[in-house]
Each structure stands twice: as C-alpha cells, then as structure tokens.
Design a protein around this ligand. Sequence first.
Ligand SMILES: NC(=O)c1ccc[n+]([C@@H]2O[C@H](COP(=O)([O-])OP(=O)(O)OC[C@H]3O[C@@H](n4cnc5c(N)ncnc54)[C@H](OP(=O)(O)O)[C@@H]3O)[C@@H](O)[C@H]2O)c1
Length: 296
Amino acid sequence: MNIIVIGASGFIGNHIYTMGKNDGHLVLGTTNSKRNIDLVAFNMVSDEIKNILTLNFTTDPANTICIICAAISKIDFCVIDNVYSEKINVHATIRLIEELSSLGIKVVFLSTDYVFDGKDGGYSEEDHVNPITEYGRQKVKIEKFIMDTSSSNLIVRLSKILGDNQDYLHPFSEWYKQITKKETIYCIKDQIFSPTFVGDVYKGIIALINKRCTGVYHLANSEIFSRERLISLFIEKIGMKTEIVEKELKDFYFIDNRTLKSYLNSTKFQNEVGLNFTKMSDIAERFAANAVQLRA
Ligand SMILES: NC(=O)c1ccc[n+]([C@@H]2O[C@H](COP(=O)([O-])OP(=O)(O)OC[C@H]3O[C@@H](n4cnc5c(N)ncnc54)[C@H](OP(=O)(O)O)[C@@H]3O)[C@@H](O)[C@H]2O)c1
C-alpha cells in the first residue's frame, strides 16, 4: 500500500508514518513547521499535494491512501484564533480533500468524539452529532463535506489518544512531567473517555482499509476510564507518588467548553476488523519501563 500522511510531524501522524514504514509500505509524510529530513514540507493553506507526490503515488491511486492527521487540534486555540483554525481545519482541509479526490486517492480523515455533546456517552456512528466546542464544529463541517461529496472515503473518530513514551504531548507524558516535579495533578471530575493507544490507531486504520471500509467508524478502546481512575492507574505503574485533585469542569476556566462523557461505542469497528485493543495498564507499564530506561 502507498500511504500519504499529512501531518507526520504530529503525535498520531508520526506514529502512523513510522509504523507504516516499518510494515514495508511506501510512506510519504509531511510537515508544516518542523525541520525533519525524512518529511516533506507541505502547508495545507498554500501548497498543492500534486507537487509533492512522486510518481509511485500518482500512477497507482487505487493502491494509495492519504491519512489527514494535520489539524489545529488544541480545543481552546480553535476559539482563540478562530479565523486561523477555520482556515486550516475547514477551508484548507476541504481544498486538500478535493485535490486528493481529483487524483483518485482515497482519504482517511481523523475526526473526534468532540462531534458529540458528551451528555450521554457510549456514542455509536448512528448517533446525532451535536458539538459544543468550536473544534468539534469544525470537525463536523469536514465530516459533512466528505459524506455529501463521496462514498469512497473513510472518517475515523477517535477518543483521547495516548502513547507509551515521552516523545509527544499526550496525557501520560503530561502527567509524568507533573509527577517528576511533584506537582499536584488536577483533573476534571466526572469526565469519562475511552483512551486508546496510538499504535492501535495505525493498526485499526490499516485493518479498515484492507477490509475496504468506507463511511464513519469509531476507533476506540472498549475500556472506559474517568480521568481520576486513569491517573491513579498511571501513578501506580510509574511507582511514584503525587496528589490528584478532582475539580468541577467550571472551576478550570477553559476558554471553550469540554465534553464530560464522550466515550465511543466501537462495536461497528470491532465487528468489522476484530482488533484487540491494547490495555491501558499495559501502556502505562510500557511508559514506566521506557522512562526508567531514559533515566538510566
Ligand atoms: N491526539 C488526540 O488525542 C486526538 C483525539 C481525537 C482526534 N484527534 C485528531 O487526530 C488528528 C491528529 O492529532 P494529533 O494529536 O496528532 O495532532 P498534533 O500533534 O497537534 O499534530 C498536528 C499536525 O498538523 C500539522 N499542521 C498544522 N498546521 C498545518 C498546516 N497549515 N499545513 C500542514 N500541516 C499542518 C502539524 O504540522 P507541524 O507540526 O509540522 O507544524 C502537525 O503535524 C487531528 O485531526 C486531531 O484533531 C486527535
């Protein structure tokens, strides 16, 4: 398979890029602002995809997919600079999808549980979207555009994604920094999600592509955690002590809203590909072992 990863310098994109290459696929990854000799410079706003693709990708579109990982993914930033986030997350993304479609390349768009309002939790693909954040509203615009214009593309909704090392910003790496500085960890009370290992995102997407799946899929671990329970598990595996304090959402003074119960029901995905998701306790253990190695 030929895989184009737009946003291969980001957390999820970089894992997809690396795992794809390790699996023997032909992978082209892009970066916007980072210097990285392995990645190709590509700005979604000003550049055209056809100008960075080598012949291998354009002559075999049926065997080529483009996974769009590039986005402004910080929830508050989407409001702070709404014009810029809308430019990237909506206008430039639509332009990119149109260009890929004209080249006959299948699009995999990474969406989010934030398309839901988080009042009930356990959302399936059939549930109505009702975003309560600007970030979620921008994702819904792209989902609608994809569904209205093509039946061959794939929308993969994710919940919170975590890794097993400190290389990128994700909840485990953030909490680890706080634990080592002996800081109290404050977390939103009653926030429940389906945290998923970043490596499973890659495996899940490849499995969906191999099964020729199109439309919307929820790719999320079936384990459900409150923030407090996940932090407690992480602290136990790290073997260091720190204080955890739960606070009401309103006491965080976030600029935009946050969802409370946005965990996803991934039965449709499971029925299709039957992937065994990595347990959060295993990821926390691996993170702890990697951290020990790095300190040694
Ligand atoms: N992480 C999660 O827990 C999570 C959960 C649900 C959904 N998602 C979705 O999954 C996707 C990937 O998330 P992530 O956490 O990996 O994001 P991330 O680490 O913030 O990476 C964002 C990527 O977007 C690229 N980018 C930003 N502006 C660009 C532009 N103008 N042109 C081209 N590329 C641009 C960045 O490139 P440079 O760094 O080179 O500037 C970077 O590679 C996003 O769509 C996000 O909404 C993530």
